[in-house]
Design a protein around this ligand. Structure first.
Ligand code: ASP
Length: 472
């Protein structure tokens, strides 16, 4: 080979960036879960604590000589959960303030109320569908969670339902911000703060912009924390399986079946019915118009990332006027989460069924389930439209009904696939809400505000957010 051709090859090698192999996060989590099950099983096969006091049969003999115990790994799960707890208050606070402050004062009236009612009614239906399937299939009954919950149960304090509505109002917001179990008070304050920002007019624009930027920073931090999910899952699963064996994971299959069945009912039966009766649009036109948004949502697991595609579909394929589409779909990407509402209701009742034998006072009655639905409707207001956003706000509902949040370690390993399905339900619900709100307020004759009309072709969520901030 001539030196000339060698140098060409060299320069090509230099110019062509080496493609680094990167495994998607959901695969990393699934692998961590599989490894966690394997290592946990090795520990659980030891009847006595693993030490070097004598060889034991099979895998356990290896474990015995390794000086390791389940507790050598549980700190990994603890680190991950602490990081999640660290971000939950600032994330939700900023998501809410940012969402509300993007409205104009006039929008807080008729359109705002109609939109809010449409969001809440469809989320209510979604949560009830979720509870229906959990009551039917009962995936949590017989689910042994004793190993995972042993340390946490003693610290749980059960909240009564009676003073719930009064307890939403914080006496001291700084105190509420510093408490793990007062997130509802934080949500309440954030909504009022956001509305006040809207009414502040020009004088408070800089604060709105600051919140928008802070929200982006919070999303970034959440993204980093989620990168640690495989590490956290490994620790949580080793400690769960190592203490209780594999039995709990048989119930996870049933749980996944319940979530998928319930999401399919909401997505393919209830949503088109709502669009038909209240939006005046047939299912073929609706699904034909939103299919790109549905697929993007499935692929990204993020309502926020899908926002530009949703806006495009709703305006250009379904013919909803841009002003209504921009308002409803954008606010909906945080405040309307049919899939997340359904999911949170299923997770809470599933875990309540599982923990009922261990935590006296867990209420599985109709009254208890109505309380769960109420909590779900409140907490989903602040669910960020990012991968696993619903998992984070589920902790609010778990805490409110007196369940240990460590329990999410049992379901996080299978969360990505369920997240893809529920994000598709969330985004389709946002598009459906835009059609319904537009129809209910009288279609194209209503001018909401001089919103930006040409965001449909943007291909990044950042650009959309920036454009809207400029024009609102
Ligand atoms: N990933 C979902 C979304 O972006 C939120 C969730 O976890 O339910 O819509």
């Amino acid at each position: 080979m001539s030196s000339e051709s060698l140098s060409i090859i060299d320069s090509q090698a230099i110019e062509k960036p080496v493609k680094k192999f990167k495994l998607a996060l959901h695969w990393q989590i699934l692998i961590a879960m599989a490894v966690g099950i394997g290592v946990g099983l090795a520990f659980s096969s030891c009847t006595a604590p693993c030490n070097i006091s004598g060889p034991k049969p099979g895998l356990c003999s290896v474990v015995s000589y390794s000086y390791l115990s389940v507790h050598s790994f549980s700190w990994m799960g603890e680190v991950f959960l602490r990081l999640l707890k660290m971000i939950v208050i600032p994330l939700i606070f900023c998501a809410l303030v940012n969402g509300v402050s993007h409205m104009k004062a006039g929008q807080l009236g008729k359109v705002g109320l109609t939109t809010f009612l449409v969001f809440k009614i469809s989320m209510l239906i979604a949560a009830v569908i979720g509870l229906f399937y959990v009551n039917l299939i009962k995936p949590g009954i017989g689910f042994d969670v004793s190993g995972l919950s042993r340390d946490s149960i003693s610290h749980m304090n059960l909240h009564g339902h009676e003073n719930f509505f009064l307890s939403i109002i914080p006496k001291n917001i700084f105190f509420s911000l510093s408490q793990e179990n007062q997130l509802i008070q934080v949500i309440f304050f954030a909504l009022i703060f956001g509305i006040a920002l809207v009414h502040g007019g020009k004088e408070t624009v800089s604060i709105s912009t600051a919140f928008e930027q802070i929200f982006k920073i919070m999303l970034k931090i959440t993204h980093w924390i989620m990168k640690l999910a495989p590490f956290g899952v490994l620790g949580l699963i080793i400690s769960a399986v190592g203490t209780t064996g594999l039995a709990p994971f048989i119930s996870i299959g049933k749980y996944m079946l319940v979530v998928t069945l319930a999401l399919s009912t909401m997505l393919f039966v209830v949503t088109p019915l709502l669009v038909f009766f209240f939006g005046g649009m047939g299912p073929l036109k609706f699904f034909g118009g939103v299919k790109e948004a549905m697929l993007t949502a499935f692929g990204t697991s993020s309502s926020a990332a899908t926002l530009p595609v949703s806006l495009d579909c709703v305006q250009n394929n379904l013919g909803v006027p841009p002003a209504i589409a921009n308002f409803v779909v954008t606010i909906g990407s945080t405040m309307s989460m049919n899939g997340a509402a359904l999911y949170e209701a299923v997770v809470t009742l599933f875990l309540a069924q599982a923990y009922a034998p261990l935590i006296p006072g867990i209420d599985l009655s109709l009254k208890g389930q109505i309380f769960i639905v109420g909590m779900v409707l409140l907490s989903t207001i602040g669910t960020p439209g990012i991968p696993h956003g619903g998992l984070i706000t589920t902790t609010i509902v778990l805490q409110a009904v007196g369940l240990p949040i460590e329990a999410i370690g049992l379901i996080i390993g299978v969360d990505r696939i369920l997240d893809m399905c529920r994000t598709m339900t969330n985004v389709t619900g946002d598009c459906a809400s835009a059609v319904i709100v537009n129809n209910l307020i009288g279609g194209k004759t209503v001018e909401v505000a001089a919103l930006n009309d040409d965001v449909s072709s943007e291909d990044t969520v950042d650009k959309t957010i920036n454009d809207m901030a400029r024009t609102m």
